[in-house]
Design a protein around this ligand. Structure first.
Ligand SMILES: C[S@@+](CC[C@H](N)C(=O)[O-])C[C@H]1O[C@@H](n2cnc3c(N)ncnc32)[C@H](O)[C@@H]1O
Length: 215
């Protein structure tokens, strides 16, 4: 690790936006090299659009989502991230809650390799995703978790891929990323399916990672 991350007090960041701001402030992410940004699956509230002033962005920040979204200031690409032919590569790619919505381990790995290949040298990948922990359980009747494959099913339909921190860390390392920050903010839980409002202690944990493509 290039920085002593244990000295950094990130556990208090209660949103992805705040987390990225802290990482910029502490120079975990070097702001000067960031010109082209991509957010995958931003939903209705693209986090990177909040950095318009920080990076003086105008038509230089792309968002890709399967749903149609409109915004006059930024490029929205309504397509599949796994297959879309990009005309440029990026200095920073953000994934807020997309990775765990994929189909299986193969797609998960393909997706992470794609992120790696779409980054410039020294480009950053910021990931916020759900992870397995030993006290996780799915007591809701319609849920079933396949521990061998890391797949969560609801009413027999696969809805999430959930791996442990160690599995994700080793996958990122295998792909070639240098992990510069990896942290499970204490007590942060992710509701694993639509339809429940409050997170429970047995729900998956939330993992935040910043990695870099160094070669
Ligand atoms: C759980 S939502 C997260 C939305 C938002 N980032 C948030 O945190 O609220 C996942 C989003 O990823 C998008 N998505 C999933 N797979 C995708 C893919 N292969 N290509 C593009 N978008 C994808 C979905 O359309 C959806 O909007």
């Amino acid at each position: 690790m290039s920085k002593n991350i244990l000295n950094l007090q990130y556990s208090g960041a209660n949103s992805l936006l705040q987390f990225i701001n802290l990482a910029l402030k502490d120079k975990i992410i070097e702001k000067k090299d960031l010109n082209s940004l991509l957010e995958i699956g931003p939903g209705d509230f693209p986090v990177l659009s909040k950095f318009k002033e920080t990076f003086n962005l105008k038509h230089n920040c792309s968002f890709i989502d399967k749903r149609k979204l409109k915004n006059k200031d930024f490029d929205f690409i309504c397509n599949d991230f796994l297959t879309y032919k990009f005309s440029k590569i990026f200095d920073l790619i953000l994934d807020g809650h997309v990775l765990h919505t994929l189909k299986d381990k193969e797609e998960y790995t393909t997706y992470l390799k794609r992120v790696y290949n779409l980054l410039n040298k020294n480009g950053y990948f910021i990931l916020e995703t759900m992870v397995l922990h030993e006290n996780m359980s799915f007591d809701d009747h319609e849920l079933y978790f396949d521990y061998d494959k890391g797949l969560l099913f609801k009413n027999s339909k696969q809805i999430r891929v959930i791996f442990s921190v160690n599995e994700i860390e080793s996958l990122l390392n295998q792909i070639g990323f240098k992990i510069i920050y990896l942290y499970l903010p204490k007590g942060f839980k992710m509701i694993p399916f639509d339809g429940r409002d409050n997170a429970l202690p047995r729900d998956p944990d939330l993992l935040r990672v910043i990695c870099q493509k160094v070669i």
